[in-house]
Design a protein around this ligand. Structure first.
Ligand SMILES: CC(C)(COP(=O)(O)OP(=O)(O)OC[C@H]1O[C@@H](n2cnc3c(N)ncnc32)[C@H](O)[C@@H]1OP(=O)(O)O)[C@@H](O)C(=O)NCCC(=O)NCCS
Length: 253
């Protein structure tokens, strides 16, 4: 009986999550697309000299209208998920099969980030607008941060200093899934850190100031990389100082 009860509670939570996610995302989309719809309504009432001009103006407005929609999506998604408390819980473990509320809130946060990167990311990544979105969505970013990757998730668990550069296709998020459990942790990058193209940064990683992580490298979870250093490889090893490289070979401190 209690097993049945627990199962039906799980189903209830899952159904609520899908339904509420759908409703909230529909509202976010509606708010984002509103300026374009208003333009559309105005456009069809405006007395153009000919139908050809009307069609040309519509074609001309298409790209700016999409960019405006994509910008609105970033802003409304970040603000509304913040208002609803859909965030990644720090330093925790959540069993997927339990379908508890923290996992479900986290899921809706991930879905909202995924939708934004799908509809807006291709246009705004690596620009200050993308950094603005990441901040609005919960990330702590310093000045002059450039993120040329759409594979940064769990924004509220990211803490980057000034002038951090994230190369294209870097995978860096505040969660990992292992044996059916979602594990979370902060990722902290000091001032001036560069993460090379295609690298993978695990949860709980801390990188000291001005350190470079080479292209296609893997920094395993919970590793601390020293400041003013260069690390490369899978898993990373320090290459800029022979004595430090020897230490790395012995394992993390
Ligand atoms: C890591 C990096 C910064 C090192 O540059 P560097 O200090 O000039 O080092 P070098 O090119 O002299 O290479 C030193 C050694 O490391 C090796 N190495 C360099 N980058 C490596 C990488 N990504 N993976 C594995 N080995 C690497 C080199 O083969 C060389 O080995 P060797 O001494 O046995 O010949 C650079 O190679 C790199 O990967 N940059 C990535 C830049 C990037 O993606 N930026 C993102 C924004 S575009």
């Amino acid at each position: 009986m209690s097993l049945m009860g627990s199962r039906s509670r799980k189903i209830g939570r899952a159904v609520w999550t899908v339904w509420s996610g759908f409703v909230v995302e529909s509202i976010i989309f509606a708010a984002s697309v509103l300026p374009a719809v208003l333009f559309w309504a105005w456009h069809f009432r405006w007395p153009y000299p000919s139908n050809g001009v009307r069609i040309f103006v519509l074609a001309l407005a298409f790209v700016p209208a999409y960019l405006l929609f994509a910008f609105g999506l970033m802003v409304f998604s970040a603000l509304i998920t913040r208002l609803l408390g859909w965030r990644s819980p720090p330093d925790t473990e959540m069993r997927i099969g339990d379908l508890e509320w923290p996992l479900l809130r986290w899921t809706r946060y991930m879905v909202s980030q995924h939708i934004v990167r799908l509809f807006a990311g291709a246009f705004y990544r690596s620009t200050p607008v993308w950094s603005f979105y990441l901040k609005l969505d919960g990330a702590r970013l310093g000045r002059g941060v450039f993120v040329n990757s759409l594979a940064l998730m769990d924004h509220n668990l990211l803490d980057f200093g000034d002038y951090v550069v994230i190369g294209s296709d870097v995978h860096l998020s505040g969660h990992t899934v292992e044996a059916g459990v979602v594990k979370t942790g902060w990722v902290r990058l000091g001032n001036g850190v560069t993460v090379g193209t295609g690298s993978v940064i695990g949860i709980g990683v801390t990188v000291g100031e001005n350190t470079q992580v080479g292209a296609l490298s893997v920094v395993p979870k919970h590793r601390r990389l020293e400041a003013n250093a260069t690390y490369v490889g899978v898993p990373v090893r320090r290459i800029d100082a022979p004595e430090a490289a020897a230490q790395t070979a012995l394992g993390p401190p």
